[in-house]
Write a protein that binds this ligand. Sequence first.
Ligand code: ATP
Ligand code: SF4
Ligand code: MG
Length: 333
Amino acid sequence: RVPVLELDDVSVVYDSVSGPVQAVSDVNLKVYQNEVVGLIGESGSGKSTMANAIMRLMKNNARLTKGTIRVNGRDVYSMSKKELRTFRWSEMAMVFQSAMTALNPVMTIEKQIVDTFRSHRPSMSYKEARERAVDLLKLVRIDQKYLSSYPHELSGGMRQRIVIAIAIALEPSLVIMDEPTTALDVVVQRSILNQIQELQKQRGFAILFISHDFSLVAEFAQRVAIMYAGRVVENTDAKTLQLGQEHHPYTEGLLRAIPRLTHEEVEIQGIPGHPPDLLHLPKGCAYHPRCPFAAEACKQVRPALHQLAHALVECHLYDEVKGGNMAWPSRQT
Ligand code: ATP
Ligand code: SF4
Ligand code: MG
């Protein structure tokens, strides 16, 4: 099986006046067809940087310093600009974090969708592109009368549906969604997620779903990658996550931070401390200043990635474990 997306030791640095900002470090990740992989982490952990790097739409001061990114087996960074122009949107697409402003305010919805088709399929007639636009709107359950509307005439939820429709217009095999519903209220969020799920089942594309909402991701994705200070510190299946097995201490912290509705009282507990300064990453494990399990070795040696039964975890606690569950001090009480 060729993965739809394959990141191999990917590192991204921003050049800044204070020095290099190490935003993404040594990331390995695979996403297969029909799969929804969630990517979570605190603000600033490098999620959007990674997404932009995959699309080869990085900010001017960003550089891929290491690794390869393959989409459908093709190295995104060895394509010519021309190849990339056809590849992007037709094989990989993205819903940007600022998607609420992604539509052109002075262009009708019809024109924007038609342009998407015609820029990639120059031989397509206006009439055919318009028919496809009608189908697309149907797919995201928007009445075709809105084709003649301008973005400001639509609700936030409708605009977001249209942005998603445009992303899947050319039937890409990979769709990256960077916080696609964050700006919307909970009810609209829920309905859009259900719709994405339906579309994904129908069309079989793979999704890299970025969010900081742990419970949302655990429900929506089959696999979850947890990012901390630019590294994927755990890659686990969502079921394991719900069962609370095999976790990196950071994941444990995130899980504790979710209100537990099963308990009588809703208790939210943040993780004490702050994410590290990416200009001066701590030696050893980047999480050690905040980790309740940190040992001397954690301050000196960067932990290796350990393959466990259902997860990959980058933490010294698993050094001696060969595929079994850890006995966690926190869980013994
Ligand atoms: P959020 O959840 O807030 O969207 P994120 O996980 O998407 O956060 P990124 O936007 O990828 O985080 O940022 C990762 C790090 O890179 C942050 O520390 C950020 O300050 C830094 N960064 C982002 N863009 C630039 C830039 N253009 N120049 C320098 N540093 C940047
Ligand atoms: Fe904590 Fe050490 Fe594991 Fe890092 S390597 S998460 S500091 S126990
Ligand atoms: Mg982001």
